[in-house]
Design a binder for this molecule. Structure first.
Ligand code: FDP
Length: 309
């Protein structure tokens, strides 16, 4: 007899996740499944706008942001949405239980080349500013050759994969429960211009190859690079550089939710001074240097940079 595999909503229920939170996570999952059917319509041309960071907005960026925001507001579970693509937060139902952060399309430069990209969502009960440690849940969807969704509601990190049921309906089935980083890391992903790294970080990076024997892996999509660390162990960094002392990635939309998932999977995160879960920015669009990976590699990094953190 075929082995019974839990669906996402069954898993949330048996894990004791609160009912309102379960509903929001499942809604996100269905929106992410539907969204993908529409991608081909939004591939040609640019939206023509620049976002609040001055970056060109792809048509798909613009569409997917609107789609997620509309559908999440429709659930009636969301009080406010902070989106990387919105200049101002979007107001939902005034008495709804959740505040949501979203990076609707992480890895825009990978759209045209048909490489993986993703969506990241963070869920809080209280309004921002908040440290990531106050997240009640975090999720990401990876639109890749496989369509995977990882969530944590503070009870470990769990991975699901899109399947079709007998009637052709898409659903998420459990792929790996309580994912843990392998004890020994295997890969090193790093963004930013190596010619602009500090000499200490450059030496650390060289040591990762020479001493730790890590292999280089960088896709240009944070979600995809993160997924490699989650499964293969190692370290992902988008470091501070001399010309970009705050790095590139955003604390609220990208770093905090992924640090929540990572630390629930036994990994460690760091921003150069503290865990990314303890960093709190008054500016919702603030960038942060970002280091995520196996505990022993983050400790080695701290030593290499002369920090105790
Ligand atoms: P993108 O700008 O293409 O959306 O923060 C967004 C991000 O991609 C991350 O997904 C990725 O890790 C990084 O920026 C890629 O930056 P580089 O192009 O500098 O490598």
């Amino acid at each position: 007899m075929a082995e019974e595999v839990l669906t996402l909503s069954q898993h949330l229920k048996v894990s004791g996740v609160a009912q309102d939170l379960r509903r929001l996570i499942v809604s996100f999952a269905y929106v992410s499944l539907d969204a993908q059917h529409h991608f081909p319509k939004y591939l040609r041309g640019a939206a023509g706008d620049k976002n609040k960071y001055g970056e060109a907005v792809a048509r798909l960026d613009e569409w997917i942001n609107g789609y997620y925001c509309d559908e999440l507001v429709k659930t009636g579970l969301v009080r406010k949405i902070y989106s990387e693509e919105l200049r101002q937060p979007l107001l939902g139902s005034p008495h709804a239980p959740f505040i949501v952060t979203i990076d609707p399309l992480d890895g825009s430069s990978n759209i045209n080349t048909n490489n993986s990209f993703g969506t990241i969502m963070g869920i809080y009960r209280d309004d921002l500013p908040q440290a990531g440690r106050k997240l009640v849940a975090a999720l990401y969807k990876l639109y890749g050759p496989l369509n995977t969704l990882v969530y944590s509601a503070g009870n470990g990190s769990h991975e699901f994969v899109k399947h079709y049921d007998g009637s052709g309906n898409a659903q998420f089935l459990l792929l790996a429960e309580n994912v843990k980083l392998p004890v020994k890391g295997e890969v090193f992903g790093v963004g930013g211009d190596p010619l602009d790294w500090s000499p200490k970080f450059l030496k650390f990076a060289k040591d990762l190859f020479r001493v730790e024997k890590l292999k280089v892996r960088y896709s240009g999509t944070f979600v995809a690079d993160f997924s490699q660390i989650l499964h293969r162990g190692g370290i992902f960094a988008y470091p501070q550089t001399r010309s970009a002392p705050r790095g590139k990635l955003r604390l609220t939309y990208e770093a905090a939710p992924m640090a929540f998932i990572l630390e629930q999977a036994g990994g460690k995160s760091w921003d150069g001074s503290r865990s990314l879960l303890d960093a709190k920015a008054l500016d919702v669009d603030a960038r942060t240097p970002l280091y995520m990976g196996n505990d022993y590699l983050i400790e080695k990094l701290k030593k290499a940079l002369g920090k105790r953190g």
